[in-house]
Ligand binder design. Sequence first.
Ligand code: C2G
Length: 130
Amino acid sequence: MRIITFGTFDMFHIGHLNIIERARELGQHLTVGVSSDALNFSKKQRYPICNEHDRMRIVKALACVDEVFLEESLELKADYIKAHKADILVMGDDWQGKFDHLKPLCQVVYLPRTPAISTTQLIEVVREIK
Ligand code: C2G
């Protein structure tokens, strides 16, 4: 089985590693779409702390990741799934139900998020350190 997952993976943390490892365990090949800086800006009106080049390098360096590409639009999921011949799309359950329309193309699996850690929370903690 070929797996695909997507994310920004800004300030890479244990929640990111957990979902990537669990996604890889569902098959034999894992492709990760890393959201572009521009896509993040359009969604959140701010750029990630780490740029897309560095975020892609970090994800690509993981032993459980076989392939990485830049995700430039949320609307292109179906094209990315076909281009990478993915059998299963894995997303965290903060996206529960959001990608069910892709079920004719591949299996869609939502895995539970790792509790008590997020990029937003890390940014807030670092900001508070004076
Ligand atoms: N995640 C997790 N546990 C956390 C934090 C994140 O399991 N504590 C998961 C998210 O559910 C997601 C992945 O890690 O599946 C990447 O999270 P983000 O970097 O926040 O990516 P996001 O902005 O949700 O992705 O097409 C989707 C886009 O790429 C956006």
